[in-house]
Structure formats: C-alpha cells, structure tokens
Write a protein that binds this ligand. Structure first.
Ligand code: ZN
Length: 403
C-alpha cells in the first residue's frame, strides 16, 4: 500500500496549533478549557469535518472524529492523544499523536483504502494535571477509572469546580455518561514523542511500547510550630526519603521525584511552620511501586513521631501499570517490517492516555525520537522526517487493525 503522507501539511498544522498559546513561541502554554484551548479545539474540529469525519464530544470534552467503516456496527479502531500543554512547554507533546492520526486517516482516504471497521481520532481532555491536579482526566473518565462524583469535585487554583468550568466551556451532560463500555474499541494506538533519549541515542526511528509504568502521586504536608520545627531540614529529609525509596529497589524502572516543595512563610531568616510537597513515584512493576509508596509513608509517620509535627500524606492517585496488547504490538511491528523500518521494543516511564485506554481496549503506543529526549520545555523538538515516519507506520497499523 502506497500512502501519500504529506509532511508539509503536518508541519503546517503543528505550526498553526502552536499558535493557540498564551506564551510567545517557541514556549507553548495551553491549559485545558482556557480560551486558547477552546480555539484550538474549534480549529481541529474544522480540520476533521473537512476530512469527512463525524465529530462527537462527550461531557468532559473528549472529542471523537470518526471515519465510518464499511461495517459501522463493528468496534472501531481508535488512535489519538492530547493537545493541552503545561506552562512553557513545547509543541510536540500530544499534538503529534492528534494531528498524526488525522494525517494518517487522510492518507488512507487518499490512497483509496476503505476500512471495514471505523477508524476514529480521539482527542482526550486534560492529559496534563496542570489545571485540576489530576492527569489523564478525560481518559480516566472514559475508561471508568475515575468516579464521576470525585471528578465533579475537582477544583482549579481559582476554586472553579470542574462542573462549572466545563459548562462554561460548552460541555454539558452528566460526567457519569463519559465512561464507555469495554467492547467499544477493537484496538487503540497512541503515537507520541518518546520524551526520553533512547531512540535518538540508538539511532532507531521508531519504538513500540510494550508496557507503561505505574504512576502514583503523593501530597505531603508537614505542619509544626515555626519556633522549633526545624522545617528546612525536614524538607531535605523527606526529599531524601523519596530518593532512598526509589534507589532501594535496585531496579532501573523505579523512579521517584519531589517536583513541588513549598515552604511557608518562605523567608531567609524565618523557621518554616509548614511545608507542602508532592512526590511522584513510578515503576513498571506494581508491587515494587507500592513498596516505594509504603516506604515514603512510613518515613512520613516516623518523622512526625520523632519531631512532634503533624504530617499529612495523601495519595492523590496510584494507578496500575499497563501491558500492551499483542494484537496492537504485532500490527505496529508488522507495519515497520512492511516498510523496512527498524523499530525497538521499549517501555514508557511517562504515562499517557494509553494507560487508561488499555483498561477498555487492546492498546499499544508508537514512539518517535525527540531531540535530546527533551520534553515539557520550549526547545522540545521532533524532526519532520521522524514525525512523517511515525505517521506512516501508524497509518499502516491502523489499516491492518481496521481490516
Ligand atoms: Zn503527552
């Protein structure tokens, strides 16, 4: 099959999508349900309609653009990602999977291919946790992994409840209706930049993801009397406890990060009365991840007892890892073989909407290299050639899966 992928069209559309941002290029800032996010969604929907796709949106703003197959009653083959972007990030994270799927569909259409199963592009709402504190909001709800009452109670920093914010953005209806039944999709594929250095370092153009690491987020809050708490020292101790927990497993896939540490009142000559921090803990192995989580919680309790301070340790999310589906891995590997492109099997330490889609559909991911492994920064970069190659493999895999 000769598929007319148009690399110039993809890069022009990435350029346009990057213009929906509240920061000056190359820094992208596109927070979910902000005016620039809504404008980007409107533009994207137009592109989908122009490609003859049937567009539907759910109550949380997940957007589905379907190329109806010859047997529309069969479960569809889906592919997609997100377009929200954390403050001062880059233009490729998520967007490559969304615009790449659109280009793959258009190339299949132009080639005269007629799918038996429908092929659907999915744009997931709020993959980034920036606004509501919880990542993969849309795919969590879609896969039934987030209770709709808990979702409705989420608030942004201004105190706006998800229910109000989404209504203002034009997304109505009960959140309970977002979850889809297990047999909705025959397969799901997410094309994404690697956000790590392995493909570039190995000179390998494509990575097929066989597993996604299990993420967990802890909120730790320490409160003591400013006079004798010795809080600055304790922040070190907690951060060290998190690092020690990750190193104690001896496994390369165990990682833990203290990403936020706020010290109150935060003056040079004032002993802090309160410290707030987050710990992000991940592993491919669920038991090992839970072991790290338990070690950090135990250390919190020990510090509280030894220092006479109140330590609150709340698990914000603790998700299971995902194993990719053999069906989808084979479709991606088969596509690479057909095209005589080398690919590596690898794991994803970052989590993605695919983690949640894997709960309701056979799922795998396709990675392309990004320069220096850099992501979530303005200098994030993937070459047009690498993107086009990823889209080509995606299109071939979608064709295999849609029959
Ligand atoms: Zn992403």
């Amino acid at each position: 099959m000769n598929l007319p992928i148009q690399p110039e069209r993809i890069s022009a559309e990435l350029e346009t999508l990057a213009s929906f941002s509240v920061t000056e290029p190359p820094a992208i800032t596109r927070i979910v349900f902000s005016p620039v996010d809504l404008a980007a969604r409107a533009w994207l929907k137009q592109r989908c309609v122009a490609a003859g796709l049937a567009v539907r949106e759910d109550a949380v703003g997940n957007t589905f653009a379907r190329w109806v197959g010859a047997e529309p009653a069969l479960p569809a083959v889906a592919s997609g990602s997100h377009i929200d972007a954390i403050p001062h990030s880059g233009r490729y994270d998520g967007t490559v999977g969304v615009l790449g799927t659109l280009e793959a569909i258009r190339a299949l259409q132009d080639s005269g291919f007629r799918p038996r199963r429908s092929i659907e592009l999915i744009l997931f709402t709020s993959e980034e946790p920036t606004r509501f504190g919880l990542g993969c909001l849309g795919s969590r709800l879609l896969s039934g992994r987030l209770d709709s009452a808990r979702a409705a109670s989420l608030q942004d920093a201004q105190g706006g409840a998800l229910d109000e914010v989404r209504a203002t953005a034009g997304f109505a209806g009960p959140l309970a209706g977002v979850a889809l039944p297990r047999d909705s999709y025959h397969a799901f594929v997410e094309l994404h930049i690697e956000q790590g250095p392995l493909l570039e370092r190995g000179g390998i153009p494509l990575g097929v993801v066989t597993a996604i690491a299990a993420p967990a987020t802890l909120h730790i809050e320490i409160e003591g009397e400013g006079g004798h708490a010795g809080g600055v020292l304790m922040t070190d101790r907690h951060a060290l406890a998190v690092e020690a927990a990750a190193k104690s497993t001896g496994a390369v896939d165990s990682v833990a990060t203290v990403g936020i540490c706020e010290v109150f009142p935060g003056a040079v000559n004032s002993i802090p009365s309160r410290v707030r921090m987050t710990a992000d803990i991940r592993d491919i192995d669920l038991a090992r991840r839970d072991g790290m989580l338990a070690a950090v919680r135990e250390r919190c309790a020990a510090v509280a007892a030894a220092r006479g301070v109140a330590v609150r340790c709340e698990v914000l999310n603790a998700d299971a890892p995902a194993q990719s589906s053999a069906l989808v891995i084979q479709a991606l590997q088969g596509a690479c073989e057909d095209l005589q492109l080398p690919c590596a099997l690898m794991v994803s330490r970052a989590y993605h909407d695919a983690l949640f889609m894997s709960r309701i559909a056979p799922t795998a991911m396709l990675f392309i290299p990004c320069r220096g492994g850099v992501s979530h920064r303005p200098d994030e970069f993937a070459s047009g050639e690498d993107i086009a190659r990823g889209v080509l493999v995606l299109a071939h895999a979608l064709a295999r899966l849609a029959g």
